[in-house]
Design a protein around this ligand. Structure first.
Ligand SMILES: *[C@@H]1O[C@H](CO)[C@@H](O)[C@H](O)[C@H]1NC(C)=O
Ligand SMILES: *[C@@H]1O[C@H](CO)[C@@H](O)[C@H](O)[C@H]1NC(C)=O
Ligand SMILES: *[C@@H]1O[C@H](CO)[C@@H](O)[C@H](O)[C@H]1NC(C)=O
Ligand SMILES: [Zn+2]
Ligand SMILES: [Zn+2]
Length: 577
């Protein structure tokens, strides 16, 4: 939603010009260009067609010019609100709630970025149009060297890890409210009641436009605590989708509530990553050295350094405070590295100011992996964002994959969140697309986004720290909502090895499985159902041929813009018809 919103926001600069305000010379000439451009467009053009590099740049330049001529944040908010409401993007309350904090960050960016230009802004918000490759294309140093030999896992001293993701805890979830609220998040205490049969928010959650009420979070934690595990991995997104009313105070409260529940239910260390929803406004991670409290993300780093501190060594504090990432070694020859890779999100406006390896995080990762390699440690990588989604900056995902290729045998496990789905991502060597090097396991989510709430339990080799197998646990949300007085019936949905008939979860074995899927489509159907944890929503939707191919492609998309393996698998699929 953010990128679109910004295009609208920029559009506002045009609207205020048309409202007949007297213009300075500079503005006059930019607005002339804009009018000429708009006149040249075909009638009835949609906002998507309008969002080209050219139009975006003209409007963004106009906005910059207006700001430089003294337009205040208040005026910006007012005008953006006007456009947001006029175009019926959202209701007035929601428009204002989203726009206000974003305007603060955005205006700060214009004021403080030396070479700010429309081109720069559009390069971020329209990544697929490649408006400013100069600023957004960068690389980091990855030292040469051979990746060390790695012994095969034998299943020695296995132990379990619990993986939770995307809780999206909603303190204002109210059963009985309407599921058809028209806002980005429904079932809110300040929305209408559900009336007709079937539009009333259930007790535990809903498949569409709903987040996770406290009773569902606690129910899930109680259930998870019945398993045995040595660690919990939590891959982020604690904050709900009520993006129009986030605040540092409320986000702080919600993060503390969830961290307290971790401490109450789990007697083992919890290693947690930040999600893109944690900051205020959503998705924004201020550049290093920005200390203005009205726009800085430092409050969040301070908070987690405090809240997560008891599971971490003192040394972790420095990087936590710098950018929300850290490393810890909780077992002999196991190293956990937790990244804050939300910075790569193309709705993180701060990339306009500084896009190159924010917080020096990737450079730091290289250092940590070099040291781990030297010490013969095995690394588990945790992060919120899968790198292959269209929303992660291409340079960030490309450099990340280069690092992974160099240290393929040092990295034993790879865990992500964000998509809310039970998915996996197969990474291939950056110089040899036929060589699978790593599998990212997505934690699915506690959140019921088109899916049944779920969690994963991994079996880990106690010597190589490879993932030996995992179980996915869930319950039928429709069934549970029918009678909330009954116990929730959790069940093991599947174990990976058994479900797909594979011997191991090594990258090469998973790659073989993908090839097998191109022939045996029942395996893709299985993957589809598991992806949504057999939810009634997904079962009803079904997955046709084009959906099957998309699923295959998603599993091998780990770098924005690289579709090599995807095309190969599609060809195999088509050849096997
Ligand atoms: C980014 O913002 C910081 C803090 O305001 C500023 O010091 C720095 O110069 C900006 N970077 C660029 C490239 O303008
Ligand atoms: C923060 O939470 C309180 C209590 O739910 C609520 O009244 C307030 O409106 C919230 N703040 C914002 C900015 O939404
Ligand atoms: C979930 O429960 C509902 C209500 O009992 C039932 O109709 C539905 O078939 C169940 N879904 C699945 C996938 O078993
Ligand atoms: Zn997310
Ligand atoms: Zn999420």
């Amino acid at each position: 939603m953010g990128s679109k919103l910004l295009v609208y926001l920029l559009f506002c600069a045009f609207v205020c010009v048309s409202k007949g305000k007297p213009l300075g010379d500079e503005l006059q000439s930019v607005s002339q260009t804009l009018h000429t451009y708009l006149d040249s467009l075909p009638k009835g053009i949609s906002i998507d067609d309008f969002a080209t590099c050219t139009s975006c740049k003209i409007v963004a330049d106009l906005l910059i010019a207006e700001r430089k001529l003294g337009m205040t944040n208040e005026q910006l908010v007012k005008e953006a609100d006007f456009v947001c409401t006029l175009l019926k993007i959202e209701s007035a309350t929601i428009c204002e709630g989203i726009i206000r904090p974003n305007v603060d960050v955005f205006a700060y960016m214009i004021d403080n970025t030396k070479d700010i230009s429309g081109k720069r802004i559009c390069g971020l918000i329209l990544p697929e149009k490649d408006c400013d490759s100069e600023h957004y294309d960068w690389s980091i140093d990855v030292p040469e060297g051979n990746t060390v030999d790695k012994p095969k896992a034998t299943g020695t001293n296995p132990y379990n890890v619990l993986h939770i993701s995307d809780i999206h805890y909603d303190p204002r979830y109210t059963p009985g409210k309407t599921t058809q609220c028209g806002a980005p998040l429904c079932c809110q205490d300040d929305q209408d009641d559900g009336s007709e049969e079937g539009t009333s928010c259930g007790y535990w959650a809903e498949y569409i436009s709903a987040d996770t009420p406290i009773q569902t979070v606690e129910e899930a934690f109680k259930q998870m605590a019945t398993h045995e595990f040595d660690f919990v991995y939590y891959t982020g997104d604690t904050i709900r989708h009520r993006v129009w009313s986030t605040s540092t105070e409320n986000n702080t409260k919600e993060i503390i509530t969830i961290t307290d529940l971790f401490k109450k239910y789990f007697k083992v260390p919890v290693f947690t990553a930040l999600g893109n929803h944690e900051p205020h406004p959503v998705n924004t991670w201020s550049s290093e050295g920005v200390d203005d409290p009205s726009v800085s993300t430092q409050w969040l780093f301070n908070l987690i350094a405090e809240e997560w501190g008891e599971w971490l060594p003192e040394e972790a504090k420095a990087t936590l405070l710098k950018g929300g990432f850290y490393t810890v070694s909780p077992k002999k020859s196991l190293r956990i590295v937790v990244l804050n890779n939300n910075v790569c999100y193309n709705e993180n406006w701060w990339l306009i100011n500084d896009s190159k390896d924010p917080y020096g995080q990737l450079a730091w990762l290289v250092e940590v992996l070099l040291e781990a390699e030297k010490m013969k440690e095995n690394v588990h990588l945790l992060m919120h964002m899968p790198t292959g989604t269209g929303s992660c900056l291409a340079s960030w995902s490309r450099e990340y994959r280069r690092i992974l290729s160099r240290f393929a045998n040092t990295v034993a496990g790879h865990f992500t969140g964000h998509s809310h789905k039970d998915e996996m991502w197969v990474y291939y060597d950056s110089t040899d697309s036929s060589k699978p090097i790593s599998v990212g396991w997505n934690g699915a989510s506690l959140n019921s986004d088109k899916s049944n709430p779920s969690y994963k339990l991994y079996h880990i080799d106690g010597e190589t720290y490879d993932v030996l197998d995992f179980e996915e646990w869930t319950f039928n949300l429709t069934q549970a909502n029918l009678d909330p007085t009954k116990d929730v019936e959790w069940y093991k949905l599947y174990s990976f090895k058994e479900a797909y008939g594979v011997d191991s979860l090594e990258p090469s074995a998973v790659d073989d499985l993908l090839v097998k899927m191109t022939k045996d489509h029942s395996l893709i159907q299985k993957y589809y159902n598991y992806k949504f944890r057999n939810s009634d929503y997904a079962v009803k939707e079904g997955c046709d041929e084009s959906c099957e191919k998309t699923l295959l492609c998603n599993m091998v998309s780990t770098m924005n813009g690289d579709t090599t393996r995807c095309e190969e698998l599609k060809q195999l699929y088509d050849g096997n018809q």
